[in-house]
Design a protein. Structure first.
Length: 493
């Protein structure tokens, strides 16, 4: 049997961008992933679908799996010959209790590796504008646990810490915050020493309280700071306001729900997160290709009968070209056709197949596209969704332009985890809509919900019109691009 192994991987402090490349590679290869409470959903989302996921840090039940059991699980899975990843928050070797896990593996001859992670001890202060060292203020940094072993008292040598004159970073210290501050004050540290506590660092909901050593416990209590949080004591905390970059990000802390289909929401979610937004990917629709599509095959068989070929969404070109290939044809088969695309994204998809659109209307919507095409000579071949807007067929019929309307894919409505999204909707999130069907999918997934608190940032007038029908206040992006949609969102914030 193949020998299994265990790789300890540091997941970083929360911002998924802080996972290392080596960590990502290990996760991608894993057959079993054993993870803790502090590992965020985006990183858990990177675990391969067929890998076994074992949550040993369940918070809800308040009964995390005991350490000895975690050790056993790692050993058992490795003995089964599996590639096991032990995923831990921050850096595994810093207050990670992995010593016990490794000892058991070592005793049993299981090969293991460690992939260090970005520790919260340094990165959380960094996201709060606090460099943990600075030549003018200190020449060392000390990382201390504020958590006592069960049944014992907090044993910290506060005198020794004060004498270092360095920056002090306490992890696991929220409960002990008053004791920590008192200990330092009693040791003779100045009550005016700048100090800070940072909750949920590096995440969109990060909060920080900056104060003095004497005042910090009260200030943290007033702000209702809870774990996970980090306490920083030292002159460098005084830099926090002027060096803050994270709280100043344009969309910091804004709740944004992205309703695009899963396969197409990647760059939008990433760009919004980079601006500090708290992004919930909520794919309400999925496009399903009509794999058996004799109508499309027939139309492709006599492309020379048509003068125009029209695509009304980015999903169309790929499906069209797949069917074209099936007949051993390539882009040359389109030589005599004019081609229209509803927007730049659809035109971009066409370019992947070596074809440039002849017509991309300035405004992204099918009414406008229909009007732009009112003068063309047919016949027109429309490749689009089965339940597309009737603007084009109506106008072509009125103008006597012959056309064939071929359904290339069906729109399936779906929406995961609508309960948590309902809360966001009721408390007033921003929701992005990129087509009328995303609006319908969204509304179907959340029936009987008050949409009046959200702002629907839309691409296209028809999308906005659909949203307004549901009582959603809307804003329309100037252009039909993701960058323009982002500008529209920024305008709201
Ligand atoms: N190995 C981890 C630390 C584990 S101890 C690391 O290197 O980061 C858990 C403590 O880390 C928490 O109690 C808290 O003090 C701190 N912590 C972890 N992630 C945090 C975050 N995103 N924001 C604030 N504190 C965090």
């Amino acid at each position: 049997m193949r020998t299994g192994n265990v790789i300890l991987v540091g997941a970083g402090p929360g911002d998924p961008g802080l996972l290392t490349r080596k960590g990502l590679e290990a996760i991608a290869q894993a057959e079993v992933v054993v993870f803790d409470r502090l590992v965020g959903p985006e990183i858990l989302g990177l675990i391969p679908e067929n890998a076994e996921k074992i949550d040993v840090g369940k918070q809800a039940s308040n009964h995390p799996v005991p350490q000895y059991r975690i050790n056993q699980i790692l050993l058992e899975k490795a003995l089964e010959g599996k590639r096991v990843v032990r995923l831990k928050g921050g850096d595994p070797f810093l207050f990670g209790r992995v010593g016990e896990e490794l000892e058991l593996l070592k005793e049993n001859g299981i090969p293991f590796q460690e992939v260090p992670g970005v520790t919260s001890a340094l990165s959380v202060p960094a996201y709060a504008g606090i460099p943990v060292t600075h030549r003018n203020y200190c020449s060392s940094v000390h990382i201390i646990t504020g958590h006592a072993k069960a049944g014992t008292e907090l044993k910290i040598d506060f005198d020794a810490l004060r004498r270092t004159k360095g920056t002090l970073v306490f992890l696991m210290g929220v409960t002990a915050l008053p004791m920590i501050c008192k200990g330092l004050l009693d040791s003779g540290m100045d009550g005016d020493m700048p100090a800070a506590v940072i909750e949920r660092g590096t995440l969109p909901r990060q909060r920080k309280v900056v104060s003095t050593l004497a005042e910090l416990p009260k200030a943290a209590e007033n702000a209702k700071i809870v774990s996970p949080a980090i306490i920083v004591v030292g002159k460098v905390c005084g830099l926090s306001d002027s060096f803050d970059w994270f709280d100043n990000l344009h969309l910091k802390g804004r709740e944004i729900i992205v309703t695009r289909p899963a396969e197409r929401n990647g760059s939008l979610c990433g760009k919004l997160s980079a601006l500090g937004a708290s992004v919930t990917a909520y794919p309400c629709i999925r496009t399903v290709e009509r794999v058996n599509n004799p109508e499309l095959d027939t139309a492709i068989g006599k492309l020379n009968d048509y003068r125009w070929l029209v695509f009304t969404s980015p999903a169309g070109p790929e499906i069209f070209f797949r069917h074209l290939r099936k007949q051993h044809k390539d882009a040359r088969a389109l030589a005599n056709l004019k081609i229209a695309a509803i927007g730049p994204k659809t035109a971009g998809e066409l370019e992947k197949f070596g074809v440039f659109a002849d017509l991309v209307p300035e405004t992204y919507d099918s009414d406008y596209l229909a009007q732009t095409m009112a003068w063309v000579e047919g016949p027109v071949l429309l490749c689009r969704a089965s339940e597309g807007s009737d603007a084009m067929p109506r106008l072509f019929a009125e103008k006597g332009i012959p056309f064939a309307d071929i359904a290339c894919y069906d729109t399936v409505y779906e929406a995961p985890n609508s309960d948590s999204v309902r809360e966001l909707v009721e408390s007033g999130a921003i929701v992005t809509f990129t087509s009328a069907s995303t609006v319908r999918g969204f509304a179907r997934s959340l029936p009987d919900t008050d949409y009046s608190n959200i702002i629907g940032c839309c691409i296209g007038r028809q999308t906005a019109a659909e949203a307004e029908q549901y009582g959603i206040p809307v804003r329309i992006a100037e252009k039909a691009t993701m960058d323009s949609l982002i500008e529209c969102i920024k305008g709201v914030c």
